[in-house]
Design a protein around this ligand. Structure first.
Ligand code: NAD
Ligand code: 89Y
Length: 343
């Protein structure tokens, strides 16, 4: 029996990574699973040897016997499930995107605060090995004070085959993928005071936007660009790499395709390979994301044991989610949106 017993809700496409991740996490494991689709429940239950299985989350909470819940369903169920966790005083992890609206997300934070339970959003991209390597370069002072950045995710990868619902929503790339890129921009260059965005839909077979370009003003005075696309065909497909350029007062850094990190300053140029580890259960090209799933889940287990705040706690992640909402507002109005007005 693990020290911390978890229950997972939503045994779909991505949850399989989370289940593998929990197997690797020290000090926590999954003892019960829930999915309203009996086929998914059986598939995941059999694959990971989980005996306690539920098609109704309410019944699972009523039975109890777990120390936290990991909500891996799609966005429309997030608020109801987090509020259920709060009602049962069960600490909760909730997948991104946080909620359908900022009002829902705020209500989820309020419910967890009132219940006295931690809420962590599974915002895993900042936990990727290359992104953590960039954070360490900035912390070392090697490029001085950053004043400009670009966070770029441009791909032609078919994400719709594994996640067909991504083709259906009125919103697509900012809500699904740009949310991670915006969080990385916050993580590396500080919180954002205002932004302007432009979007396009290139793929005629989907409903939402698949290209977005966002100009961010950071609170520390830096300016950055977040540019994301699922309509970009290149000779070597970079999915799922986030490419980064940051210029600072004493030098610059470039995280380029193939997980190469180059740092230049008065001392010269240093190139470092910052590729993620291919975990035994992982597969290319997803291994970068898969490793970060394990990393954020280990972080959750460590924080829950220590009673410490997680890096992507609900209250903090409202600031990332507000950037998603602001981007859609700006793209519709063609005006700059102040983030403070949304929070
Ligand atoms: P999916 O549709 O494949 O799986 C969702 C599962 O949840 C389904 O099996 C469905 O039956 C179940 N479900 C939905 N509502 C439920 C409820 N109320 N009670 C019980 N079961 C319920 O979706 P997916 O592709 O696995 O995505 C799930 C979430 O993971 C999404 O929010 C998505 O954005 C996110 N995701 C995150 C990453 C990442 O890197 N962080 C990557 C991919 C997907
Ligand atoms: O859902 C998305 C995510 O969070 O990471 C990549 C993805 O699976 C497709 O864009």
């Amino acid at each position: 029996m693990p020290d911390l017993r978890g229950a997972l809700i939503g045994c779909g496409f991505f949850a399989v990574n989370q289940m593998h991740g929990w197997n690797d996490v020290q000090g926590a494991g999954i003892v019960a699973i829930c999915d309203r689709d009996p086929e998914r429940l059986k598939l995941v239950g059999d694959q990971f040897g989980i005996g306690r299985r539920y098609t109704d989350a309410g019944l699972m909470f009523a039975d109890g016997g777990f120390d936290f819940v990991d909500i891996a369903t799609t966005v429309n169920s997030h608020r109801a499930l987090v509020e259920m966790a709060a009602a049962h005083k069960v600490p909760a992890i909730c997948q991104k995107p946080f909620a359908p609206t900022l009002d829902d997300a705020r209500a989820m934070v309020t419910a967890c605060d009132a219940a006295g339970i931690p809420l962590m959003i599974h915002e895993n991209f900042r936990w990727q090995t290359p992104i953590q390597a960039v954070r360490r370069v900035l912390d070392s002072g090697a490029i001085g004070t950053p004043f400009w950045g670009r966070f770029s995710f441009r791909s032609g990868y078919d994400v719709f085959s594994g996640q067909p619902y991504l083709a259906e929503g009125k919103r697509f790339i900012i809500e699904d993928l740009g949310i991670h890129t915006l969080d990385i921009a916050r993580f590396l260059l500080s919180d954002v005071s205002s932004l302007s965005a432009r979007t396009k839909r290139v793929n005629p077979r989907i409903n939402g936007e698949d290209v977005a370009t966002i100009l961010l003003d950071h609170e520390n005075g830096a300016t950055s660009i977040v540019d994301v696309s699922y309509a970009t065909k290149q000779s070597v497909e970079p999915f799922p790499e986030t490419l980064i350029e940051i210029d600072g007062t004493e030098g610059s850094l470039r995280l380029s395709q193939g997980y190469e990190l180059q740092v230049t300053n008065a001392g010269g140029t240093v190139n470092t390979a910052v590729a993620p580890t291919l975990l035994p259960w992982a597969s290319r090209p997803w291994h970068n994301i898969q490793e970060s799933v394990y990393a954020i889940q280990q972080h959750w287990a460590d924080c829950l044991k220590a009673g410490a705040q997680t890096a992507t706690a609900g209250a903090d992640n409202l600031k990332t989610f507000a950037l998603v909402e602001a981007s859609y507002q700006s793209a519709a109005s063609l005006e700059t949106v102040k983030i403070g007005a949304l929070l």
